[in-house]
Design a protein around this ligand. Sequence first.
Ligand code: GLA
Length: 384
Amino acid sequence: MANTLVHGALPALGWNSWNTFSWKIHEKLIQETADAMISTGLRDAGYEYVVIDDCWSLKERDANGRITADPEKFPGGMKALADYVHSRGLKFGMYSCAGTHTCGGYPGSFDHEFTDAETFASWGVDYLKYDYCYRPASANGENLYRRMAIALRNCGRPILLSACNWGQDNVHQWIRGSGASSFRSTGDIQDNWQSIKNIFLSQIDKTCYEGTGCHNDMDMLVVGMRGNAENTYIAGKDSGCSDMEYSSHFSLWAIMNSPLMIGCDIRNMSDETRTILTNPEILAINQDAECRPPFRVGAWNNNTDLVCLWRPLTGGDYAYACVNFGDTPREASLQLFDIGLPYASGKAFQAHNCITHRDEGLHRERFVCGLESHECKVYRMKLV
Ligand code: GLA
């Protein structure tokens, strides 16, 4: 399940500190999270990156212009922490910014790209999330991502570049050429259903930019957060989702080929959260070797609250996902003619439900499924 092709060929799977912990990060948290990746089965399910987001460094560079880890938060230093993460069979990720400062006001890598790439390589970093705050107005954003990409490609260590410019400057049109492995396409997610819906709908017309090697990052998952976060922007009053909504969020990010970066505290997650995050059939769709984009498919009688996606998978199967954004249950129809299967072919689709893991019969002309409010169903379809 884990990336066995070129580093970054498939959407990254991992955990990131920001959604739950924001600035409240420290060495012990990262070590315990790496341990929990193993004890909870996340590593075996394919998750490999443990990523420290913003607020990890001192506010000033040292006398040699080097960025320095905050010794109070990370007393053992980043090299030792990377070694710890690697010793657990996981990869180590960090965060910097294309501007002069990070969004949290710590040193950014603007005009320090090569020095910082070298520093990250010397620590054993495998993944760099690269943000967009404090970009000098006169600097060209596209070029700033190229600069860090060149620096990373010459630092002596494969470090995956995860660009994070929030979908600005038509990033989907140029990012692939920079060498980055993913691009954040939206503003920051919040732990509520409206935010999940807005992000998903904003990207539905951009799926044609998806393909192996560079992926549309719809932001880190809020699955399992249940309103727990240091940062009140991410989880303020009335935040948190139902388990069904978290499951739908996970399925939608998966079929869209987004990187799946867990944002909850995995040391204390519920069984329901674990079941969602480790579902092997949903992960297999996200990690399909061909990384084909889904296309939207409708039916004349489908309510406008429904969004249904169809996508070819390696080896001949197809993935079909349908979500109900409405407040009442709905029925979703799919006419197989609309995904390219004529009735006259004599062929049928065997539908396998990837959430319940049950087969749901043979379908020759139409496929109909019922959806609760905010439910997303996902099927693997086999042509027989
Ligand atoms: C931006 C990014 C977030 C996070 C914060 C850290 O808002 O979009 O994902 O990295 O910065 O300050």
